[in-house]
Design a protein around this ligand. Structure first.
Ligand code: PMV
Length: 381
């Protein structure tokens, strides 16, 4: 069985566990699932009586499956839920997985990866119920429970394994005008992992409780309404405020955690200036546990936003002699002729935003997408 599963980007962030083993969160979260064709994990699960142990290959490299590893926990879970013949359940599995985007880019690869593993294992062992797969994926990495659905998704925090799972708010056809522009920051620095970071925040931040108990419950309600009503301005304001608050919690963690860098902050400034220029919210930034920016916008602005980003972040060659254009990948590559808004460029320049070479390495231009699916393109080792 081979499955493909998408990346999701949280607009109301999950940060903090109340149960580390079960990965039960301290607050609900909401995310947008991205288009599978632009960013996805593909995983093949092959079960055979000829294998003498479970094996895992990630992006071509064999990984040891440790006893307490998420992969082992998920395999055990799926096998114990499966009603297939005992002989089949005793056979070992060969799991092969690849990402179609750089894992090192720190782009929610664990969400797509574990959702894909849950889906592929489920298909191999006869479990197709998405609620069950969402719970299994959650044990891989919390945010993965949202990637088992397309469109806009809420992870209901719940109280235990049974009640902590994702549900779809609306599918990917609901808001076709929504575009997502991802800026890959040119930096190799290793971030504090999300699980270590959130554990330190829960232990030391005095703001995190207030966020989980008071701020998020209200935001989840308003965000769901904004999504259902396709109210971009409310969606955008909440998305930016929630990203800001998540990074404020990181700063309130002791010692503090810094996921944003100068390039991230410059992108925040550019987004704020673009919104100021249009006198309404047309872009919304959000950042996860790393410096890469995810910008939500609507189709009528998308090519102008990409063009502006390419103007501000040119690529220079090693000798700083020739400029090349920042590559744009993804399904919305084409930029139209009216993409260049000279007045906006002048406005940014007069606000002090000048071209800054080599800070980004590329842009991914994508949209909201569907959940995992099976494919006949099987991976081999
Ligand atoms: O599921 P994890 O452990 O990769 O944590 C994800 C945390 C954030 O990406 C920062 C927020 C989120 O809700 O996805």
């Amino acid at each position: 069985m081979t499955a493909r599963a998408p990346v999701n980007i949280a607009v109301i962030k999950y940060w903090g566990k109340k149960d580390k083993k079960l990965k039960l969160p301290i607050n609900d979260s909401i995310s947008a699932t991205l288009n599978l064709d632009d960013m996805c994990t593909t995983t093949t699960v092959h079960i055979s009586p000829n294998f003498n142990q479970d094996k895992l290959f990630l992006n071509g490299k064999e990984q040891e499956i440790q006893l307490d590893s998420p992969v082992k926990i998920m395999l055990d879970d799926i096998r114990s839920l499966s009603t297939l013949d005992r002989k089949v359940l005793e056979q070992k599995a060969l799991i092969t997985s690849i990402n179609n985007f750089p894992t090192a880019a720190g782009l929610a690869s664990s969400a797509a990866g574990y959702a894909c593993l849950a889906y592929a294992l489920g298909s191999a062992y006869g479990i197709f119920d998405r609620a069950i797969l969402s719970r299994v994926a959650r044990k891989g990495s919390g945010s993965a429970c949202r990637s088992v659905y397309g469109g806009f998704v809420q992870w209901v925090k719940g109280n235990d394994h049974e009640t902590s799972l994702a549900r779809q708010i609306t599918d990917h056809k609901h808001w076709p005008e929504m575009r997502v522009v991802i800026c890959i920051v040119n930096e190799k620095q290793k971030d504090v992992s999300s699980s270590l970071g959130m554990s330190q925040s829960v232990d030391t931040s005095s703001l995190i409780d207030y966020r989980a108990k008071v701020v998020v419950p209200e935001r989840v309600k308003v965000m769901e309404k904004a999504i259902l009503e396709k109210d971009f301005e409310t969606f955008a304001e909440l998305t930016m405020k929630d990203s800001n608050q998540f990074h404020a919690i990181c700063l309130d963690t002791y010692p503090p955690i810094f996921y944003l860098n100068d390039t991230s902050r410059l992108i925040i400034r550019i987004c704020s200036l673009i919104n100021q220029y249009y006198k309404r919210l047309v872009v919304a930034y959000t950042f996860d546990a790393g410096p890469n920016a995810c910008i939500f916008t609507l189709d009528e602005y998308a090519s102008r936003i990409v063009t502006i980003l390419r103007d501000v972040f040119p690529l220079f060659d090693e000798k700083n002699e020739s400029i090349s254009e920042l590559p744009v990948r993804g399904s919305f590559e084409e930029t139209t002729n009216d993409a260049h808004d000279n007045n906006l460029v002048e406005f940014l320049k007069s606000s002090g935003v000048l071209p800054r070479p080599n800070l980004l390495s590329y842009i991914i231009s994508t949209s909201i997408g569907d959940g995992p699916s099976l494919t006949s393109m099987h991976l081999s080792v």
